[in-house]
Design a protein around this ligand. Structure first.
Ligand SMILES: [Zn+2]
Length: 274
């Protein structure tokens, strides 16, 4: 299970550093401490968190630490993590190789969580600009899945793909899994697809890489049963190494659900020109 673990850091210690090293922030720190406790109690849920009204100077002070003063305030993990999030896939959209560290609740709306480790999640360069400030959703059914608080991101199959023929010029549409989810969760997952998934890139990745690789592997296999066994095995491997909802995992999940696609891959010579 490729789970995202929040960075182990004492947020309280960071606040103490700020309190002693930035006298102008002395009255702000207790507000931040309280906001942190609220964040944790409500699992980063924007519907339950009223943003603090910080002055520009207070916002800038926090941002300066985030950007450049990480060493001084014992938050050097931010700089390190920002450049190497140490994840195999983006927890928000499933794309491979996340390369950034981002604020789950955007800094523009919640400057008080600029340095809070629970609010800093690894993400990819694809969905980060797409998400923009959309993560600031006041209604519960519109919140994105939080990688640190919502286990379902790793323990449940949330997403799959529909395989759209013609198979010689195949395309893919990301969808939510039928799973035992409430309507509310389904709406949230649909919104996650809408906001986080770069559908064109996902399509290219699946069509040019996984589809062709599977075609080469399955072409000529005599029985659907043998082909399916191979696909199920692939899904197991990817679920284990990249997580249940990586682009690889959702591809194989979609393939398992589509007999026609599997049949086509088995029966069509793999040297056809796509
Ligand atoms: Zn992403």
């Amino acid at each position: 299970m490729s789970n995202v673990i929040p960075i182990r850091v004492s947020n309280n210690r960071v606040l103490k550093q700020i309190e002693t090293q930035k006298p102008a922030m002395a009255t702000t720190v207790p507000l931040l401490r309280n906001a942190y406790l609220n964040y944790h109690a409500h699992k980063g849920h924007p519907a339950a968190l009223v943003p603090l009204t910080l002055t520009e100077a207070e916002r800038n002070a926090l941002y300066d630490i985030y950007q450049g003063e990480t060493q001084k305030y014992e938050v050097k993990w931010i700089g390190k993590f920002r450049n190497a999030p140490n994840q195999t896939y983006c927890p928000l959209c499933g794309s491979p190789n996340p390369s950034q560290l981002e604020h789950y609740l955007p800094r523009a709306h919640y400057p008080e969580f600029t340095l809070l480790s629970w609010n800093l999640v690894p993400t990819c360069a694809i969905c980060n600009p797409k998400r923009g400030h959309h993560a600031h959703a006041p209604m519960e059914e519109m919140t994105l899945v939080h990688p640190y608080y919502e286990e379902m991101l790793f323990t449940q199959n949330l997403f799959s793909v529909l395989i759209v023929p013609p198979f010689s010029a195949v395309s893919f549409v990301p969808v939510t899994c039928p799973g035992p989810f409430s309507q509310k969760i389904i709406r949230r997952l649909e919104r996650q697809i809408e906001i986080c998934f770069d559908k064109e890139k996902l399509n290219r990745w699946l069509a040019n890489k996984l589809w062709k690789e599977m075609h080469a592997e399955l072409s000529g296999i005599a029985t659907q049963k043998d082909a399916m066994a191979k696909i199920v095995n692939k899904l197991k491997i990817y679920q284990k190494t990249t997580g249940s909802n990586s682009w690889d995992s959702i591809f194989f999940r979609g393939l398992i659900a589509d007999d026609n696609a599997v049949q086509w891959l088995c029966n069509t010579p793999s040297d056809i020109l796509y």
